[in-house]
Design a protein around this ligand. Structure first.
Ligand code: NOJ
Length: 747
């Protein structure tokens, strides 16, 4: 039934549509509706739509506004974040609808990053699956749960390329590679937004943090970024662009300054690239208090100047500073900011509210019945378990110690993460309830009811207390095999969680050494939000598993892998360094004029450590083995508009059925600017049973060869190219072909 509120907007739409019969597309109609609402608004109400405040359910910064309810009643705020729950969002929405003059519905945003109630693996873990369908499903389920709790808008996915594992936020992204991260980011956008934003179980996504936040100096959060435009465009921008192409509705600015201009005041990023080059027509929101932080960056002297330069750069919505609210009306009245510019920003926000259907029914997402039915459904928990086991990376498996033999009678499960629950859902776990997560101990008990499991903590994650070592050793001595569960705390990665060292915290490595001295076979499971330096374990433990933080179904998923109920297929989306001194380290580095040669001092290297990583990008083992043979190209000469094929045969040479991520890399050995030693350009996930072979192919066309030349023209340059295919960036077969002519796009 139409309430007076929607009756008003409904009649308005009817009048508009009947006045303009030639306007047909839904987007034309929304455009017109937004204009018509805009025409009714006072300047203060317009600025209200540009204002986003946090509720007091939780917070991510020190700034919290107590009077937000009055702001809602007065139409001085258009969106609220950190408020969820059908009843609570309904209550807040009611304030806007019953009290504000124009009854414009509020937009509810939240950090739904890797699940809402059912918590999926942290994003870097999901990226290790290289499974785009599963990643899309994970975001889809998150959106179903979140929208059932009144949310319309998520601050995800994070598309920042991460090359420095000291930076805590590597946990939120898809790793170091621009191509892989682009595919994953687009999959996440599709998952959150679905094909129809008006559906009640889809939500607007946000691409963040625009731009290049992942290159913060020395891995320190919020730090400066300075890079060439070529590096920005080739390495850092592609995942954001992929999100725009996938139709993402909103973009969040980053905290960092880029080449001297803070992102939130950066016209080049927010207008030139985003709007003029990429045609983005959603809205731009700042990160938390980022307009206020322009004062600390030292590019604005006061509130008014900060608000003015942010708006003029192209920022539509102010998250939490309140600077737009305080300063914009006055700036317009003094003629320092044009109302036209404000109108544009307001319209972008109104359009998304229309697209979400909020003007038809502002309460449509706040539905207690859906909340009851759609949260933590059995099938969601099962999907989270499937995603979790796909995210696990097997790093070492000497003597085929894994999967666990059926003969194992006694397992000693040792370490602070053996039965630790709090850490499992990782950071940014939204409304997830860590008490519902399944521990490794519980997972093992459930799948191995006849095996005796001796569980010992051994030590805390981050303390110097060794007093429980003796008891842990005692249990280890009684076992046939030991599972060591080590890692980080959930709060050691995420925002404001950079580490200067990335080894196992506390005395965990000492515990590992003590346990290894028993001489028993040891399987080590690492739970962490970032790559760690694991040299000693890599050399000494018999089997090593990178399990990241896997969410609600952690223990079940890890057990699936340990027992062989699931054959691991994950591959690292980020290089694991041997030492923090190697950072930044990533597979797609340059050759330099003096390529690494261990026998020649005057080459690009260190005195005390080799250049190689501990584990390379794309690396990950299976319980079976795959052999790559017969890399063949369909042609060894390619015209600029040709597409050639690279064929490869993969054989499962082991004893288990398994999945393999077949990776295609390309290198341009001679070009007018220096090129990376290899760049991922495609991949395929295949399943093979023992003895089975499969020949697959990749298409190679000019887009896979292109780069920015010295004049920043995008194109492919004639000459030889090397094609590499394999199961890891450091283990490939190669072949070469020649591109017969150069071709450059118009600038
Ligand atoms: C700050 C974080 O940088 C950002 O990623 C997040 O979305 C906002 N806070 C809102 O919580």
């Amino acid at each position: 039934m139409l309430k007076p509120f929607n009756l008003f907007y409904f009649l308005l739409s009817l009048i508009l549509i009947s006045c303009s019969p030639s306007l047909q597309t839904p987007s034309d109609i929304i455009d017109m509706k937004a204009d018509s609402v805009l025409g009714l608004m006072t300047l203060e109400e317009k600025v209200g739509q540009l204002t986003l405040f946090t509720s007091d359910m939780d917070q991510t910064g020190a700034f919290i506004r107590k009077e937000y309810e009055q702001d809602i009643r007065d139409g001085r705020v258009g969106a609220i974040f950190n408020a969820y729950g059908a009843d609570y969002t309904r209550y807040l929405q009611e304030l806007a609808i019953s009290h504000s003059r124009l009854k414009i519905p509020l937009l509810f945003g939240y950090d739904v990053i890797h699940g809402h109630r059912t918590i999926f693996p942290v994003p870097i873990a999901e990226a290790s699956s290289w499974d785009l369908e599963a990643i899309e499903r994970s975001a889809r389920i998150a959106a179903i749960e979140a929208t059932a709790e009144g949310l319309h808008w998520t601050f995800a996915p994070m598309a920042d390329i991460s090359i420095d594992p000291r930076w805590g936020r590597v946990v939120e992204g898809a790793g170091e590679d621009p191509w892989l991260a682009s595919q994953i980011t687009a999959a996440r956008v599709r998952g959150f937004q679905g094909d129809d934003l008006t559906a009640v179980n889809t939500m607007a996504a946000t691409i963040k943090h625009f731009a290049a936040y992942g290159d913060s100096q020395a891995g320190r959060d919020y730090h400066s970024v300075d890079m060439s435009e070529r590096r920005l465009r080739e390495t850092f921008l592609p995942p954001y662009k992929a999100a725009i192409d996938a139709g993402v509705k909103t973009v969040m600015t980053s905290f960092n300054d880029l080449n001297g201009i803070p992102a939130t005041a950066n016209h080049f990023l927010m207008t030139q690239i985003l709007r003029d080059e990429w045609g983005f027509d959603g809205f731009v929101v700042t990160d938390y208090t980022a307009i206020m932080e322009l004062l600390h960056h030292g590019v604005a002297a006061d509130t008014a100047e900060a608000a003015k330069i942010a708006l003029q750069a192209g920022v539509d919505m102010d998250m939490q500073s309140g600077f737009y609210q305080k300063a914009l009306p006055d700036l317009v009245k003094k003629g320092l900011v044009s109302e036209q510019m404000i109108n544009k920003a307001v319209k972008r926000i109104l359009k998304i509210k229309f697209e979400l259907g909020l003007f038809d029914d502002p309460f449509r997402y706040s539905n207690p019945q859906r909340e009851k039915n759609e949260v933590m459904r059995e099938e969601f928990i099962e999907a989270a378990r499937d995603m979790a086991r796909k995210s696990i990376v097997l790093l070492k498996n000497d003597g085929q110690l894994l999967p666990l033999s059926k003969e194992v009678k006694r397992i000693a499960l040792i370490g602070p993460l053996a039965d630790g629950r709090r850490e499992l859902i990782g950071s940014w776990s939204a409304a997830g309830d860590w008490t519902k997560a399944v521990t490794l101990y519980e997972g093992l008990k459930a799948q191995l009811p006849h095996t005796k499991i001796l569980v010992e903590k051994g030590c805390d994650i981050n303390s110097s207390d060794r007093s429980s070592f003796a008891q842990a050793i005692k249990s280890a001595l009684q076992a046939d095999v030991i599972i060591l569960a080590l890692g980080e705390s959930y709060w050691m990665s995420g925002e404001a969680a950079s580490r200067s060292d990335i080894k196992l915290p506390g005395v965990q490595e000492e515990l590992a050494k003590a346990i290894h001295s028993t001489g028993k076979p040891v399987i080590t499971v690492i739970m962490s939000g970032r790559p760690l330096t694991l040299n000693w374990l890599a050399n000494n433990t018999n089997a090593l598993i990178q399990a990241w933080f896997l969410g609600t179904s952690s223990g079940n998923a890890i057990t699936d892998v340990l027992t062989g109920n699931y054959n691991p297929s994950g591959k690292l989306p980020m290089t694991f360094p041997k030492s923090v001194g190697q950072i930044p380290i990533h597979y797609n580095m340059k050759n330099t004029g003096r390529p690494f040669d261990p026998d020649n001092k005057y080459t690009s290297k260190y005195l005390d450590i080799s250049n190689e990583p501990l584990y390379a990008f794309g690396y990950g083992l299976s319980y079976t083995t795959f052999e790559y043979n017969d890399l063949k190209l369909s042609q060894n000469k390619m015209g600029a508009n040709d597409t050639i094929q690279a064929y490869i045969t993969i054989t499962n040479t082991g004893a288990y059925a398994g999945e393999e991520v077949v990776q295609l890399y390309i290198h341009d050995p001679v070009a007018s600017v220096t090129r990376a030693v290899k760049e991922l350009k495609d991949f395929r996930k295949i399943t093979l049973i023992p003895g089975e072979s499969s020949t697959i192919y990749f298409d190679i066309s000019r887009d896979k060869l292109s780069f920015y030349d010295a004049d920043m023209r995008w194109g492919a340059e004639k000459g030889d190219f090397i094609v590499m295919i394999g199961g890891s960036s450091d283990n490939t077969l190669s072949a070469s072909f020649e591109l017969s002519e150069s071709i450059w796009d118009q600038k």
